[in-house]
Design a protein around this ligand. Sequence first.
Ligand code: ADP
Ligand code: MG
Length: 683
Amino acid sequence: MDNKSNYKYLLSDLTALKGVGVKTTNLLKKKKINNIFDLLWKLPKSYTDRSLSSKIKDLRIGEVQTITIVPKKYSFPRVRNLPNRVLCSDETGEIDCIFFNSFEGYVRKILPIGKEITVSGKIGYFRNKYQLTNPKYLSEDSSLIKQKHNTYSLTDGITEKTYNKIINQIIENLPLLNEWHSKNILQKFDNISWNDAIEDLHKPENVGSYQKNFYQRLAFDEIFSTFLVNSEIRKKIKKIKKINKILNIEKQNEIINKLKFSLTNDQLKTLKEINNDLCSSTKMFRLLQGDVGSGKTIVSLLSALNTVNSGFQVALMAPTEILSRQHYTLAKEIFPKNVNIKLISGKSDYKSKKIILNELSKHKIDIIFGTHAIFQKKVNFKKLGLIIIDEQHKFGVNQRKRLSDKGGNNCDVLLMTATPIPRTLTMTMYGDMDLSIIREKPKSRKPIKTYSKLESKINDVLKFIKKEIKLGHQIFWVCPLIEESKKIDHSSAVKKFEYLDKLFPNQVSLLHGKTDIEEKEIILNRFLKNEFKILVSTTIIEVGIDFPNANVIIIENANKFGLSQLHQLRGRVGRGDKESTCILMFKSNLSENAKKRINILKDTNDGFIISEEDMKIRGFGDILGFKQSGIKNFKLADPIHNNDLFLLAEKEMRRIEKSNENISKFKPLIKLYDRADIINDIA
Ligand code: ADP
Ligand code: MG
């Protein structure tokens, strides 16, 4: 607190505040308010006006009002539970001030007989008289009662008065921080300083002024700090020198020529981007983003092969065993026999695991497939050159950073995600990585026909799937989870299974959250081999698994899902070249708004467009994968409403990257806002 230009005051523990003890600190910590800075984002909801009202005769019952009165007579009943009472008056009438649980001495002190006192509180009316119960705001000097008091949402067990007191205290003690933004940026916000903006943010009359300069500036600070940290991580990784890989493009092309399909332009483009990184003498840290079914696997396998041919090992991790087995099988099929490929499975026995570990450490294995188990400590590689992680949208920036450190300097990192997200979010979530995007779907792909149906028309649906089954096709039937008092309920899926099992005996299986992992793998494998026709499930079928023979998906109670989620579910079919169908079922007729949403889904199969629309409708918090992404929540910034600020932040970040500007002036911004622990040694 002594150094007025030091941001560190804001990072101090809450106990540094006057009047804040252990109890309040603990209450605040429960609300994830851990230091003084965090408290700055506890914003007033509205305010109470405590400016002087008129006289007693004009008081409005039930409202908070402020009057100047003179105490006239005490009554201190010696009976338990009866309150102390002070009769007060002004020239227009009388009012009782009532005190529960107060000592006589205290009452005498704050309301001395004959003195003019200004009191404030909610006015009541009892036995034909106005009354004020436990008045908290009172003073001999009416000007000492602050006129506007912020009101806060008070679920935290902390009183309004305390919030007002501590937040005022912080604002009075705000360190004078040097401006970190360029003139150009600052101008966009009418040159308001961070300090002034914080002050404005807490002014009661500014509640909800999202468009005002102070709010925009602070939202921008938040976005920009995130982008800057991302940029720093990216720069740091770019500085890591590695042995460049020498690729054999001919061998790569031999494989490409033998494929049953030709690669799309986007697949070729992204493969080239990855290859360039492999050949460069700095470490790759790249995200391959592409909609479900856009063909990311083959791109990653080709880069794996290139890495192997340059004398390195590759580790490919997938979130589930069945998915990693699918990748493994594909690699076995298309790679030359001399490439040694292995799969670590949860089911492998101790002995064969030990052999694999041994072979990995001696570079007898070129490519290892598996789940997260392949990154356990005891797994040692002799010469790991590339880590590939499939469907990683659940990783946050910290986990990614650790991963990129894991393989050592010579190890490149490629992540893949099938969650198309709006650009503002991509920058926020993945700004630390280089980005390769596959937008184009394989040409052979037929659009998935999407219909909506009322549940009462289920017979039409049954007729349709009978026909499909006759043609040898398979069907996904998705039932939503019904959440009842937090216990997840699978009853809808179980009931549907029983219903369908009667109509299609021995053709139906059921998967839900309680199915154990082994059982689940068995069922999915049987479905993959076309051993039964209809898979009833809750939404637990992972993305990524290829069921080429399944071409119909029925989604019940479709209004329970967001557009992006429906799109992901729908993406489980339509991966082969068959005609495929998605039927969205609804309990009742759709509202106009819901129809609009569903039409977006019917009109396009482009996940990027759908996610933009979804975000506009539902807010970014609900976008699939965003919640689990580990990214911190913005306090003020909103990717929908502040789209322009995100773009501005990106532009400014690029400008700084290009001009190689020293970023030490941003130190307070980064340290205060977030994730600064990732780049401890920032200048
Ligand atoms: P995702 O991007 O969702 O991981 P996959 O890599 O699993 O998609 O590919 C989905 C399906 O598309 C696979 O069956 C794959 O063989 C096929 N595929 C990939 N690329 C092409 C292409 N260029 N043309 C036709 N089919 C392709
Ligand atoms: Mg995939």
